[in-house]
Design a protein around this ligand. Structure first.
Ligand code: 4AD
Length: 460
């Protein structure tokens, strides 16, 4: 009777299967039902057996009461069960309905060395050791629910604001960021030499869909993409992954950084989904953080130039590991300091040195220092969350920049975009995992993605 086959045959002629979340709607009270799920708590007592069964349809578990005689050595915390019985109103207000079991079937027993223990609240670090099992914990299943909601919220924000979704390619021949952090792709057995390789040119996993979005922005004024992005960054840091998800938007007929940051901020704020999921949220983060976050998002975000940022860093009494001279890149320690300095709210830093930014960033020719119209959004707890720029739409300037980088031939198609009806445009890319880290206060990026990939680690 305990074999899966028997259970399935039995189920076919038996009562309607109820999802645990539906049980709480009360509609089936008094009826014979069956549920399938996993045992989340298990209390055998003298007369009765009490279980809580969760089937993943929500965070709620349904209490099951059975006569003690139904206890079975295979039954216990973590095992998969089917329970058939009568759904009853419960006298306890916290637990409005319960299932009075007539039969309990163990579908899959749970070995005692299951790493998660009953009633224990395990840390995210602990559960991360079991990537293949961690979705069975309240903390990680909550994260997955929030992540799924946030994904839907991203799409609904862009859809409601007139953006066209473009599926940009995963395999590409360009290095958009020019940082050389590429994973090269070839079928096994081929050499990486150009001749004889699959595509006849070297190809890579995408580091950004921006250039493909720019192609589309020649016909659609607002486009976005949201998908996996790859960087061969040899980092084990708490905010770097080799594969992460990026939300990227590109807007045509945009002439100023202000226009860009307006959309940027509203996209960031609109994606706040934690209010829909307070129950999930508490399994991950202290509730006071949610209030702080709500408060933070109501404020307008300060905008400072890179030059002002350098002044702030130089004038501070803080000792930094990395240099703070004009022309040096801002490091995490600088970004975090700037966020604190601005009142612990998100801050836009604009007009970076031209040499620090990729070839596509628009040259601020009228500035006394040689800067580009590039912006980063820095946020509490994380530092850089998002990067973007106005794009160089002027053919002559773009051609000479590409020439300086030795890229004129590689990007002849990109120059064409400026030859045929070029318009001022700009966009940004937002790291989705860093966004989740920020709104949930999660310290390590590996805890906000189902299957983290980073240097020396590609488990599963
Ligand atoms: O600043 P980045 O490199 O910008 C671009 O790729 C632009 N082409 C985007 C655009 O304008 N369409 O990356 C954007 C964001 C970063 O701010 C960061 O949040 C995230 O992507 N990111 C990473 N997230 C996790 N792990 C990594 N290794 C990341 N590298 C960048």
């Amino acid at each position: 009777c305990r074999s899966g086959v028997t259970v399935r045959r039995y189920c076919m002629k038996n009562p309607t299967k109820l999802r645990v979340s539906e049980a709480f709607l009360d509609a089936q009270v008094g009826e014979k039902v069956r549920i399938q799920g996993w045992v989340r708590s298990f209390r055998p007592q003298k007369q009765n057996l009490f279980l809580h069964v969760n089937d993943g349809s929500s965070l709620k578990s349904l209490q099951v009461i059975a006569p003690a005689a139904m206890n079975d050595p295979l039954l216990g915390f973590g095992c998969a069960v089917e329970v058939r019985g009568i759904l009853k109103k419960s006298p306890h207000s916290k637990q409005p309905v319960e299932l009075e079991a007539e039969q309990i079937w163990v579908i899959g027993e749970c070995n005692p060395d299951f790493p998660f223990k009953i009633k224990e609240r395990h840390s995210l670090e602990y559960i991360r050791q079991f990537l293949h099992l961690r979705c069975r914990t309240n903390a990680f299943s909550s994260l997955l629910r929030i992540r799924s909601e946030a994904t839907a919220a991203v799409h609904s924000y862009f859809k409601n604001n007139g953006f066209l979704l473009v599926h940009t390619p995963t395999i590409t021949s360009n290095d958009c960021e020019g940082a050389g952090e590429l994973f090269q792709v070839e079928p096994p057995g081929t050499t990486f030499a150009n001749e004889g390789s699959f595509f006849s040119v070297p190809v890579y996993l995408t580091v950004s869909g921006q250039l493909h979005l720019e192609v589309m922005s020649g016909a659609f004024p607002r486009v976005y993409t949201f998908g996996p992005t790859f960087r061969a960054e040899n980092s084990q840091s708490r905010r770097h992954l080799a594969e992460f998800f990026m939300v990227e938007a590109e807007i045509s007929f945009t002439e100023s950084i202000e226009d860009l940051t307006k959309v940027w901020k509203s996209a960031f704020t609109a994606k706040i989904v934690i209010n829909c999921y307070p129950k999930s949220y508490i399994f991950l983060s202290p509730l006071h953080l949610k209030d702080t976050l709500d408060d933070m998002l109501r404020k307008s975000f300060p905008v400072i130039t890179y030059t002002e940022a350098i002044d702030i860093l130089k004038r501070s009494s803080e000792t930094f590991t990395f240099p703070t001279d004009w022309g040096c890149d801002l490091m995490t320690e600088h970004e975090k300091f700037l966020v604190k300095h601005c009142g612990n709210i998100p801050v836009f830093v604009t007009d970076y040195p031209h040499d620090l930014k990729p070839f596509y960033a628009r040259d601020n020719q009228d500035h006394p220092k040689h800067t580009a119209a590039a912006v980063d959004l820095l946020v509490p707890g994380v530092g850089e969350l998002s990067g973007g720029s106005l794009r160089e739409e002027r053919l002559d300037l773009l051609r000479s920049r590409l020439g300086e980088c030795g890229l004129e031939d590689t990007y002849s198609w990109y120059l064409d975009l400026r030859r045929f009806g070029s318009v001022p445009h700009g966009g940004f890319g937002l790291g989705f995992e860093r966004y989740l880290q920020c709104i949930l206060g999660v310290d390590n990026i590996k805890d906000v993605i189902p299957f983290p990939r980073f240097s020396h680690s590609c488990l599963l």
